[in-house]
Design a protein around this ligand. Structure first.
Ligand code: NAD
Length: 358
């Protein structure tokens, strides 16, 4: 049975890194008879230029009928003065809500060859491999009531609401436990149950969900301690699951532990495992068009897609191992370059991954 992938390259370096990810995917598709088909669509500034909206109806139709979405990056100076609703980044938000992508997976994996890029000591960080699962469509970013009002004494008051229903917590819980089952079977749930009733419920529901996954070891941490542990001893974690806002903050910390933005993939999944896969970095307008961007985060996003949407662990591991082998060959794009290495272009890095796959 064929499976369709919607390919949305987007803006800036998006087109350059996507070309390399597709080269890798084309190779594996033929080599392993994966039965994947591809269809291009426009998103972000590229879509605005043609359709005057960053998320046109054609793209909505395409992503809805696709089995997975592979995205490059959106944004750039050219569109910065547009009203907010028309800016490229709104295309991404539209995509997330249209597909109900509630589970955001942000792995932080440090290849030992790049340990020098981290600001932490190599022994603390080398071999880091953790996954943060962030609830993406609920919590304080969406809770009502919200706003700024003027009190009777004339002072202004700002307010937001942290709200989660049991079913929302259960849904992200199941997603995180399933991911832990595919990894080292340890899940740490992060909350602030000592202060926030909403996350007291979060903890209770996580405990209930845990009963269905006896092979996964569940632990809990308060978010303040979790953030401290992430920089003190990050290798203690396998999978972490947390709310929208805590996940927003912790996943950026985890990403920066590795020190190399161009290496980190991400996934956003719906309840059936359909997903959108993209690098965590943006469209890098400062280097766009120069052929020097690092394509590995996008190539590694392809590996996540094969693992989490297409349940093909063998193909996913092949890509991850090929990236490792390419780095072992001492080639580096400019962002991860260090003395003694060979500096390569975006397409040369893609070629090296394919050579390693062969
Ligand atoms: P950015 O991630 O695009 O760039 C930050 C820095 O990292 C830049 O110096 C850039 O050259 C470098 N960089 C990023 N990816 C790289 C890669 N693959 N290889 C080599 N170097 C890389 O963040 P920014 O500069 O804050 O934002 C630029 C644009 O991207 C903005 O319009 C922003 O809104 C958008 N953005 C989009 C996404 C997304 O599409 N998911 C995410 C973040 C930012």
């Amino acid at each position: 049975m064929t499976k369709k992938i919607a390919v949305l390259a987007g803006d800036g370096i998006g087109t350059e890194i996507m070309a390399e990810a597709l080269k890798v995917l084309d190779f594996l598709n033929a080599d392993m008879s994966l039965g994947l088909t591809f269809e291009d669509g426009l998103i972000g500034g590229a879509a605005y230029d043609v359709h005057k909206t960053p998320f046109p109806q054609q793209t909505i139709d395409l992503v809805k009928k696709a089995d997975a979405v592979l995205l490059g990056a959106v944004g750039g100076k050219k569109w910065e003065s547009l009203e907010i609703a028309l800016r490229p980044e709104k295309g991404l938000l539209g995509l997330r809500s249209e597909l109900e992508l509630f589970s955001n997976l942000r792995p932080a994996l440090l290849y030992p060859q790049l340990a020098e890029a981290s600001t932490l000591k190599p022994e603390v960080i080398s071999g880091l491999d953790l996954m943060i699962v962030r609830e993406l469509t609920g919590g304080i970013y969406f809770g009502q009531p919200r706003g700024v009002k003027t009190l009777e004494n004339g002072e202004r008051q700002g307010f937001n609401t942290l709200v989660y229903t049991e079913s929302e917590i259960r849904r992200i819980g199941h997603s995180a436990f399933k991911i832990a089952q595919k990894r080292n079977k340890r899940l740490c749930s992060v909350d602030k149950a000592n202060v926030l009733e909403c996350t007291e419920l979060w903890r209770e529901v996580m405990e209930e969900v845990a009963k269905e996954y006896p092979d996964v070891e569940l632990s809990h941490l308060y978010v303040d301690n979790a953030s401290m542990q992430l920089v003190r001893a990050p290798k203690q974690f396998d999978v972490m699951v947390t709310t929208n806002m805590f996940g927003d903050i912790l996943s950026d910390t985890a990403a920066m532990l590795t020190g190399s933005l161009g290496m980190l993939p991400s996934a956003s999944l719906d309840v059936n495992g359909k997903g959108m896969y993209e690098p965590i970095h943006g469209s890098a307008p400062d280097i766009a068009g120069q052929g020097i961007a690092n394509p590995l985060a996008t190539i590694l996003s392809v590996a996540l897609m094969l693992r989490y949407t297409f349940n093909n662990e063998v193909a996913a591991v092949r890509i991850e191992k090929a990236v490792n082998d390419a780095l072992d060959g001492n080639i580096r794009t400019a962002d991860i370059y260090s003395e003694g290495m060979t500096k390569v272009s975006t397409s040369e890095m893609g070629d090296a991954v394919i050579a390693a796959l062969k």
